[in-house]
Design a protein around this ligand. Structure first.
Ligand code: SF4
Length: 184
């Protein structure tokens, strides 16, 4: 008798910028991948706010059924990466450096964990340029020899879906992008 062989899903390391955004992104990925979240966001200021967002990411993972890795909070390295760009407007050059900082850390972590795919929840935000994020992700993919999934999660009403799902779960949603320069 013919038996269909089940293969395990490939793993993807998902950079999670915040718990609410991870909900709809996880929903899009989970049929094809085993998702592991990586909350690498030393851009978030102050530490108390970082704690709230990290907790929301863990809650999203616990509710939907995926593991979230939370590294040590290291804002000094991030501040070095964006040095000289403090006065840039949101969406400008500082944000490109910020995306790169978090995506490069994700690519490095994926290599360390033996995961061949990485991607990010960042493209679900209507305020963030998916093209810029794709350019950075593809560059890192070449540099590190792992696959960047260039999926535009804001398509198919992704952001709207994340608002609905995160409200349902009762997740904390932040009121500013993250860094001290985006706060006021
Ligand atoms: S505004 Fe947001 S994306 Fe831009 S540098 Fe600050 S935290 Fe990063």
């Amino acid at each position: 008798m013919d038996q269909k062989k089940e293969y395990p899903k490939p793993k993807v390391l998902l950079h999670i910028c915040c718990g609410p955004d991870s909900t709809a992104v996880y929903e899009r990925l989970e049929s094809q991948y085993k998702v592991i979240g990586y909350f690498h966001n030393p851009n978030i200021y102050p530490k108390k706010e970082y704690g709230k967002r990290a907790l929301a990411a863990l809650e999203a993972g616990n509710t939907l059924g995926f593991h979230v890795v939370i590294p040590e909070y290291n804002p000094e390295e991030w501040l070095k990466a964006v040095k000289g760009l403090e006065k840039e407007p949101e969406g400008g050059k500082r944000c490109e450096k910020c995306f790169r900082h978090n995506l490069e850390a994700t690519a490095q972590k994926a290599l360390e964990l033996g995961i061949s795919f990485f991607t990010t929840t960042l493209t679900i935000s209507p305020h963030k340029s998916s093209d810029t994020i794709f350019k950075i992700g593809r560059g890192l993919s070449e540099e590190y020899g792992i696959v960047f999934l260039d999926i535009d999660f804001k398509k198919k009403d992704g952001f709207k879906r994340s608002v609905k799902m995160s409200k349902h779960v009762g997740l904390y949603r932040q009121k500013y992008c993250g860094c001290e320069y985006s706060k006021d």
